[in-house]
Design a protein around this ligand. Sequence first.
Ligand code: SAH
Ligand code: SF4
Ligand code: F3S
Length: 463
Amino acid sequence: MIAKQIEPERLQRQQAISRQVKEQISSRSPTYYIETYGCQMNVRDSQTIAGLLEQMGYLPAASKEEAKVILFNTCCVRDHAEKRLLANIGALKERKDGEEDLIIGICGCMMQQPDTAKKVMNRFPFVNFVFGTNVLWRLPEIIQCALSGERVTATEEEGFAIAEDLPAQRDSQYSAFVNITFGCDNFCTYCIVPYVRGRERSRALVDVVEEVRSLASSGISEVTLLGQNVNSYGKGMDVDFADLLKAVNGVDGIRRIRYMSSHPKDLSPRLMEAIAQNSKVCHHMHLPMQSGSTEILRRMNRNYSREKYLQLVDKLRTVVPDIELTTDVIVGFPGETEQDFLDTLSLMDQVGFSAAFTFKYSPRKGTRAADMPDQIPEAVKKERLQRLNDLQTRKTRENNQKYLGHRGEVLVEGFDQREQTLLFGKLGTFKMVYFPGDKGLLGTYQTVTVTDTAKNSLLGQME
Ligand code: SAH
Ligand code: SF4
Ligand code: F3S
């Protein structure tokens, strides 16, 4: 489904409010701080929130302690993130008691869960406002209310329309996240995302390309196209993800195209060809397997079997021989037997991922799996996670070995804070390489030869 746009008049009204706020706070130059939890979607949303705040005249704070506006951009994909967040908000109560003008807001996926916004507002009376993932564009109005002492809850917005052209404060001058789809239609039975982020909507191809073009003209050379399932980009429209890759590949100034995540069920031969044929598309795919047991995959509603996953990997490696794969795996899904888990270990062993994000299943209220029988005891999940991680550590080490002597191009992304002459950056395959060099090379592309390996990364020498 193509994403519906917010009416221009409503955005103009917010811009007018933004100017009013700017006037109101200009004599104080207050600062803001955003604490971001969760995935790249939230990171990207935080950049928009920062952009909107800066448009209103707020400046970035060096630390949470000195900020006058503190925002928590939340995630609820697993229990852990929630607990951490609640503790962090609670810790601000004392500060708010002695600091009348401190503004505290909470946003993100967790606030989209039924009743959570209300609960948070009741439990933390010192919180000024709560807003959901699809009303970022209303931030000027929300801040204006907070400045006048009014508490606001803004979590619903009809139809999940999106706002193009919101300002964004990006943290890198070379690499940028670009949303291509919002929401998710897959309803994996363990996952809360479709409930909190709504139905899948794709941005128009021209809008994505226009944004990439404008990023390129501001010096960005690497873009990461973001969606819960980028492979289904354009569903219900007359373009697909392969078309989008081709179009972005044609943008001058862009040197690297990354994307995430890819759902195996929508990984088509046409898309594999597009990855091979468009030279700027990096040879890395994040292809979450979740489990190696066909029966668990069925109960997860993943729409592929163990065999199908393996076939896809084989085909992909035929079409794009040097492609590197990373993955997500869940252990302890309801009813997961020791044999199911052994199947996960063996699939992971067989595929050989360069890295894996591994999770203990965490029941999410409102999802189908939360009500399934045979929930797995915590101790079993913990033990399985440990075994899975041990295997991946070994696989990562093995995989790193194949890079010894490898020569490849790295985008210099940063330098080690302790050893200022140690630079780092990623190869096209997403492998991180550390190598000696001068800070002045930040943002450039350098050819590096790999000379040694570390636990999760590589060491090299520049040419
Ligand atoms: N849309 C992406 C993933 C989004 S969530 C995709 O499908 O690839 C990121 C990862 O969190 C998932 O891949 C899954 O491994 C994990 N995850 C999601 N819900 C979870 C839950 N309830 N418990 C544990 N892990 C979960
Ligand atoms: Fe969640 Fe599945 Fe959608 Fe990913 S594809 S966001 S795991 S429902
Ligand atoms: Fe979390 Fe929302 Fe992402 S629930 S993982 S921040 S889409």
